[in-house]
Design a protein around this ligand. Structure first.
Ligand code: UD1
Length: 418
């Protein structure tokens, strides 16, 4: 098992190019199934979630080569495959293969993706949209099975689930009739999926709104597409600059939407400015507390930034409060930060943070992807050495976090447990 070793106390300074978006590319990889041909994806992040989906897709006859950020996929000879638990549980993004496979083959099956440490993560909304689009759906102990031709129709989402919206779009683009999705998630990653599909021949309108219209087409073709930069990874490196009082410039951010994030970073006393393809952060000596941050669906503050923000505020001046409304168990970072000396009290879905001058380095454990990155941030702001166990979580979404931080002057190394 690998862990991240951090020697805290160094100001982060310099320039980085931003990696491609994880949550942007995962639904696109599912969408490739519908393209029946060759797809070339540029700026594809080299992260384990992408490798896991490619492995899963290989069982359904999808071939791929991945070199220097360019992914070349061929789905011409893909065939229907029932994904078992060993594949379904690898990454949550795999659930999107259901909509895509059903859209192309008119049958699909997958074991339940299962719970995870940030919450139960059921798939009831996914099943609901498939039924609304005309699926004959059976939920068995071994998984979910879909058959019948996607008809299209009226899809109503009682909650703007990102994954259920993406599955609805994937299942509807090649449906017999037209579809309108009401209450759709408006996250930029949903919009990115729609833009990719339109490039491949889909007819989607209302992109980026809560009402998405889809005219069913006969089939999609292969295409070439450049994946946008990752807004949460951007937030992570900006946060790393912020907790160390540094100054960092992120390049490759032209289409990266920082709505909801940049505003709160500003309230903490950071100066953030954008010019053309770059975002620059100039952090104060010490961050200021922010009393009321509430995570919610886009365009509000993203839940994926929550653990990172709690870590930032642990050393801010004053008292802060962060409320999590998207996932019910996403405070795994709190006990670990407490072990580093942070003064944080949890009450239900809220945490109250009394900012400390400094945290103390120690050994802590990542419970999920973002809590892992948050602990690396805490290590940068701490006195002495911090070891973050559970690197495999971090590798799901960050390309070489240690090397990237080092380029900004951080003392971070990836070490192997003996
Ligand atoms: C996606 C992102 C994840 C992000 C989340 C919210 C990917 C691969 N992952 O996850 O990084 O944190 O959006 O922005 O894009 N829910 C149900 N039933 C369902 C589906 C969801 O109750 O059928 C609940 C979930 O348990 C959760 C909430 O709805 O409490 C939000 O989930 P959802 O928006 O679906 O997130 P994901 O698509 O899983």
């Amino acid at each position: 098992m690998s862990y991240v070793k951090i020697e805290g106390g160094t100001k982060l300074e310099g320039e980085l190019s931003l990696q491609g978006s994880k949550n942007g590319v995962l639904p696109i990889l599912a969408a490739c199934i519908l393209c029946k041909g060759r797809v070339i994806l540029k700026n594809c992040p080299d992260i384990s979630d992408v490798r896991d989906i490619l492995y899963t897709l290989s069982f359904a006859g999808v071939t791929s080569t991945f070199k220097e950020g360019c992914l070349d996929l061929d789905t011409t000879d893909a065939f229907p495959y029932r994904f078992g638990p060993e594949l379904a549980c690898k990454t949550r993004g795999g659930v999107l293969l259901l909509g895509a496979c059903w859209g192309r083959f008119h049958e699909a099956g997958m074991a339940y993706p299962g719970g995870c440490v940030i919450g139960a993560r059921p798939i009831d909304l996914h099943c609901r949209v498939f039924r609304q689009l005309g699926a004959t759906l059976s939920e068995k102990p071994e998984g979910v099975f879909l058959c019948g031709c996607p008809e299209g129709g009226r899809v109503v989402l009682p909650y703007p689930s990102v994954g259920a919206t993406e599955n609805a779009v994937l299942a509807a683009v090649c449906a017999k009739g037209n579809t309108v999705i009401y209450g759709a998630a408006r996250e930029p990653e949903v919009a990115e999926l729609c833009r990719f599909l339109n490039r491949a021949g889909a007819k989607i309108c209302g992109i980026g709104t809560s009402r998405i219209g889809i005219e069913g087409v006969r089939g999609l073709r292969g295409t070439e597409y450049t994946v946008s930069g990752d807004r949460i990874v951007a937030g992570t490196y900006l946060a790393a600059a912020a907790v160390t009082g540094g100054e960092v410039c992120l390049c490759g951010t032209r289409h990266v939407c920082m709505k909801g994030i940049a505003e709160y970073f500003g309230r903490m006393g950071n100066r953030i400015y954008r010019e053309a393809d770059r975002i620059v952060i100039n952090a104060p000596k010490r961050l200021k507390a922010v009393p009321g941050i509430v995570t919610a669906p886009y365009p509000a503050f993203p839940t994926d930034m929550q653990s990172l923000t709690v870590a930032m505020l642990a050393t801010a001046e004053g008292d802060s409060c962060v409320e999590e409304t998207v996932f019910e168990s996403r405070f795994g970072v709190v006990p670990e930060l407490q072990r580093m000396g942070a003064d944080i009290q949890r009450n239900g879905q809220s945490v109250y943070i009394r900012g400390m001058e400094r945290l103390q380095g120690t050994t802590v454990t990542a419970m999920d992807l973002r809590s892992g990155a948050a602990l690396v941030l805490a290590g940068l702001a701490a006195e002495g050495e911090t070891c973050v166990d559970g690197y495999e979580y971090i590798a799901r979404g960050y390309e070489d976090i240690c090397g990237t931080m080092r380029r900004l002057g951080a003392k971070t190394v990836l070490a192997e447990e003996k």
